[in-house]
Design a protein around this ligand. Structure first.
Ligand code: ADP
Ligand code: MG
Length: 262
């Protein structure tokens, strides 16, 4: 797979540092439910570099999913800015954001469920078909990526005929089929036992290292987080800790340097 050429059409807000695939600057997001206002993000600053593998941890309700939604342009921020490959998301139209996501991002979210009436291969090729790739080519690429997740023999099976781990691998295959520069995971191993979760992490680490794909994974599983290279911890809508692995075998982590923070 060939990954991660920068966006061609960059506006005036281009960051000079092409290495910064994602940047959040003073991001604030409040949900107004009528009765109460929930401050889901309260001033988040963050830089994620191309090829990084990052875990985001924190208690339920601290804003992890909101942050992923805002960083990926699925949701809009109230104030602050999100730059994706140097381009301010606020300068993109909804259509452009949708197109950008389809082309450059992969999602492994619980709510991105597989379609039960489609086979594994049909689910995987769907993003390609939707974005206009000819059927034959879409099928070829879907099979290729099913091979990466060791599921070719299961290509014609429906989700109901697959185990939880296999279904999750189909979801991952679908997220990877368009060779995204960045992959977002919201509890990507959430429904899996530790053996299956380990296999999924093996796969993601492999893709990260071989193809320099960027992974941002929300997880409450410390075992999963410790297999990334950086753990960002959130609490009450803010980042409270940002640590990078120094020596995985020895379990040594150190605070991310100032330069890596926004
Ligand atoms: P996490 O993923 O860390 O569990 P979320 O980002 O889902 O947290 O939620 C952060 C806060 O925002 C929570 O208090 C949650 O109840 C609230 N929230 C999330 N989405 C909505 C929404 N669509 N409407 C209202 N409140 C929301
Ligand atoms: Mg969540």
């Amino acid at each position: 797979m060939s990954i991660a050429e920068p966006a061609s059409d960059q506006s005036a807000s281009v960051s000079q540092d092409q290495d910064r695939i994602i940047q959040a600057i003073d991001v604030v997001k409040t949900y107004d439910t009528g009765k109460v206002q929930v401050q889901a993000l309260r001033g988040v600053n963050l830089v994620i570099r191309r090829g990084e593998m990052v875990a985001i941890m924190g208690p339920s309700g601290c804003g992890k999913t909101t942050l992923l939604n805002c960083l990926s342009g699925l949701d809009v921020v109230d104030s602050g800015r999100i730059l994706v490959e140097g381009v301010d998301l606020a300068t993109m139209s909804d259509n452009k954001k949708t197109e950008y996501r389809a082309r450059r991002m992969g999602f492994v979210f619980q709510f991105y469920n597989l379609l039960p009436v489609l086979s594994a291969v049909e689910n995987v090729e769907l993003p390609l078909v939707v974005s206009g790739v000819p059927a034959r080519e879409a099928r070829r690429r879907a099979i290729e990526v099913l091979d990466v997740v060791h599921l070719v023999e299961w290509a014609s099976h429906k989700p109901s005929e697959l185990s939880g781990g296999q279904r999750q691998r189909v979801t991952i295959a679908r997220a990877l089929v368009n060779e995204p520069g960045i992959v977002w995971g919201d509890e990507p191993t959430g429904d899996l036992d530790s053996v299956n979760a380990g296999e999924i992490m093996d796969l993601l680490q492999d893709l990260n290292q071989k193809h320099n794909q960027t992974f941002v994974l929300v997880t409450h599983d410390l075992g999963v987080a410790q297999r990334t290279e950086r753990i960002i911890r959130m609490q009450d809508g803010q980042i409270i800790r940002d640590e990078r692995v120094i020596d995985r075998a020895a379990g040594i982590w150190a605070p991310a340097t100032e330069g890596e923070k926004a």
